[in-house]
Design a protein around this ligand. Structure first.
Ligand code: 5GP
Ligand code: ZN
Length: 112
């Protein structure tokens, strides 16, 4: 998608600190981290929201990427939180599917 910010990161048009990359998935540090570790995992192909996912193989790749990022960031043992915000009530701001990975400290139970 031409003007999608995460598509621009996938295309290398906007800089990002890339944490992990596979054929179908890219993971990079969130620009506004909510925790000591805050990475977003995105499919390289544009998918707007979780409700638009039809390629379940891609979701398998996303989950594999979450596992790899957790190991790379050293939070795999102590744990972390994954979040997928969907549409307005879910607080989604960027309409390119992404999994947030947050960790590096004990997170509160407050889900907003
Ligand atoms: P959402 O609220 O849509 O679930 O989350 C969007 C996330 O993308 C936010 O955590 C925000 O900080 C992050 N973000 C927005 N623009 C950029 C950007 O240009 N670069 C990076 N690395 N993260 C971004
Ligand atoms: Zn996109």
């Amino acid at each position: 998608m031409e003007n999608c910010i995460f598509c621009k990161i996938v295309r290398g048009e906007i800089p990002a600190n890339i944490v992990y990359e596979s054929e179908s998935v890219l993971a990079f540090d969130d620009v506004n981290p909510m925790a000591p570790v805050h990475v977003v995992v995105v499919p390289k192909a544009h998918v707007a929201t979780l409700m638009d996912v039809s390629d379940k193989d891609m979701m398998n790749d996303m989950i594999s990427a979450v596992q790899e990022v957790a190991k790379i960031k050293g939070i795999d043992k102590r744990g972390f939180r994954t979040v997928i915000n969907c549409n307005e009530d879910g607080g989604q701001v960027v309409f390119h599917l992404h999994v947030h990975i947050m960790g590096g400290r004990k997170l509160s139970d407050d889900m907003g």
